[in-house]
Design a protein around this ligand. Structure first.
Ligand code: CP3
Length: 343
C-alpha cells in the first residue's frame, strides 16, 4: 500500500484525481528559480550544490501542489561524471569537448561517477525528507542514445550528423561508447533509488530520429539492459521510458524494454495509445507545451480531451515535452486545477 496517488497507479489502483506532474516543472519560467539560478552562478553549480538543488526541486511543489517532484539535475551530469567535462553557456545550452571515433573512449570511466555525483545523492536524501508524504519523488537519467548524441556532437544538434556517421561507419566502437553510458546510467539510477527516489524516468529525447534497426540496437537494447539491471535490484521501483517521437515504435519499445510506463509526446494519437499501449503499461502525457504557453479555454479543452481519452486506464497527466521557459506560471496553476477538477 502507498499513500502516494501517483505511485499507486503502478500498483493498478485508480486514485480519486488523476495525478499530474510536468517535465521541466522546475526552471526558468519560475521567478523563484531565476533568483536561485542567479545566486548559484553556473547551471552545473546549481545541480552540484545540494542546498540549491533541493530548493529548486521543491519550488514547483510548493507553488502548484504537483503529485510528483522530479529531482532537479540534468541528463548531462552522467557524461560529466564519466570524465567528459560539461559546460553550460548562457543562452546557448550545453557544451562538451566532442568525442569522435578516434578519440579515446578509454579515458571515460564509471569508477569515479558515484563520488563525483555525491552532491546529487545528498540532495536526493534531503528532498526525500522535505517532501509532503503524498508526493511521489522521481529520479531520472538520459537514455544512452540521447546522451551519446550530446557527447559526440558536443552539444545540441539539428541533424546529428557526427553521431549517425559514427554509428553507421563503426558500430563496434559506437557500441563501446553506448556500453559505458549504460554502465554509468545503471550506477547513477541505482544511487538515486538508494538515496530515496520512488520512481525513475529515462529520457530518450532523440529516440525518434532512428530507422527501425538502429532504434532496436541503440534505443531498445540499451534501455532494456538498464531496466533489467534495475529490476534485479529494485523490483518495486517503477521505471518510465520516454522515447520521444518514436511513433508506432512506442509499441515495440514497451514490449521489449520492460518499462512499467511510457511518457507520450504530443504527436501520439490518444485513441491509438489507449488501444496499443495502455493495455500493457501506465501511460503519461501528452499536452502540447505550446498549448500550455497559450493557456485559456483551449488549454482546458485539451486537458479534458486527454482526460476523456486516457482516463479509463492507468494514466498520469503530463506534457508531451518540457515546460517552455516563456510560459506564464498562472497557466501552469490553471492546468493543475483543470486536471484535478476534470478527473
Ligand atoms: O524536469 C525537471 O524539472 C527536472 C530537471 C531537468 C533539467 N533537464 C533541468 C534543466 C531534466 C529532467 C532535464 C533533462 C534534460 N536535459 C533532457 C531530456 C529532456 C528534454 O527536455 O528533452 C535534455 C535533452 C537535457 C539537456 C539540456 N539541458 C539542454 C539541451 C539544455 C539547454 C536547453 C535549455 O532549455 O536551456 C539544458 C539545460 C537545462 N536543464 C535547464 C534546466 C532547467 C535550463 C538551464 C538554465 O537554467 O539556464
Amino acid at each position: 500500500m502507498t499513500n502516494k496517488p501517483l505511485l499507486s497507479v503502478f500498483k493498478g489502483e485508480t486514485p480519486k484525481r488523476t495525478p499530474v506532474w510536468l517535465m521541466r516543472q522546475a526552471g526558468r519560467y519560475l521567478p523563484e528559480y531565476r533568483a536561485v539560478r542567479e545566486q548559484a552562478g553556473g547551471f552545473l553549480n546549481l545541480c552540484y550544490t545540494p542546498e540549491f538543488a533541493v530548493e529548486v526541486t521543491l519550488q514547483p511543489i510548493r507553488r502548484f501542489g504537483f503529485d510528483a517532484a522530479i529531482l532537479f539535475s540534468d541528463i548531462l551530469v552522467v557524461p560529466d561524471a564519466l570524465g567528459q567535462q560539461v559546460g553550460f553557456v548562457e543562452g546557448e545550452g550545453p557544451k562538451l569537448d566532442p568525442l569522435d571515433c578516434g578519440s579515446d573512449i578509454a579515458k571515460l570511466s564509471v569508477d569515479w561517477l558515484r563520488s563525483r555525483l555525491e552532491p546529487v545523492y545528498d540532495a536526493v536524501g534531503q528532498i526525500r525528507q522535505a517532501l509532503p508524504e503524498e508526493t511521489t519523488f522521481i529520479g531520472f537519467a538520459g537514455a544512452p542514445w540521447t546522451v551519446a548524441t550530446y557527447m559526440v556532437e558536443g552539444g545540441s544538434s539539428r541533424d546529428f550528423l557526427n553521431t549517425k556517421a559514427w554509428m553507421y561507419r563503426d558500430p563496434d566502437t559506437f557500441q563501446a561508447l553506448v556500453d559505458i553510458i549504460v554502465e554509468g546510467t545503471i550506477e547513477h539510477l541505482t544511487a538515486q533509488i538508494e538515496a530515496g527516489v520512488d520512481m525513475v524516468q529515462i529520457f530518450d529525447t532523440w529516440g525518434g530520429i532512428l530507422p527501425e534497426p538502429a532504434f532496436a540496437r541503440w534505443v531498445i537494447e540499451p534501455t532494456a539492459k538498464i531496466v533489467s539491471a534495475l529490476k534485479q535490484k529494485f523490483p518495486e521501483t517503477p521505471i518510465v521510458g520516454f522515447p520521444r517521437g518514436a511513433g508506432v515504435s512506442y509499441i515495440t519499445y514497451v514490449q521489449q524494454t520492460g518499462v512499467d510506463g511510457v511518457s507520450l509526446d504530443q504527436a501520439v494519437p490518444l485513441k491509438w495509445a489507449a488501444e496499443n499501449l495502455q493495455d500493457k503499461v501506465v501511460v503519461q502525457g501528452n499536452l502540447d507545451p505550446q498549448r500550455l504557453y497559450v493557456g485559456g479555454d483551449g488549454l482546458k479543452q485539451d486537458v479534458n480531451r486527454i482526460l476523456t481519452e486516457l482516463g479509463n486506464g492507468p494514466f498520469i497527466f503530463n506534457l508531451g515535452h518540457g515546460v517552455m521557459k516563456e510560459t506564464d506560471p498562472d497557466n501552469v496553476a490553471a492546468l493543475v486545477r483543470a486536471v484535478h477538477q476534470g478527473s
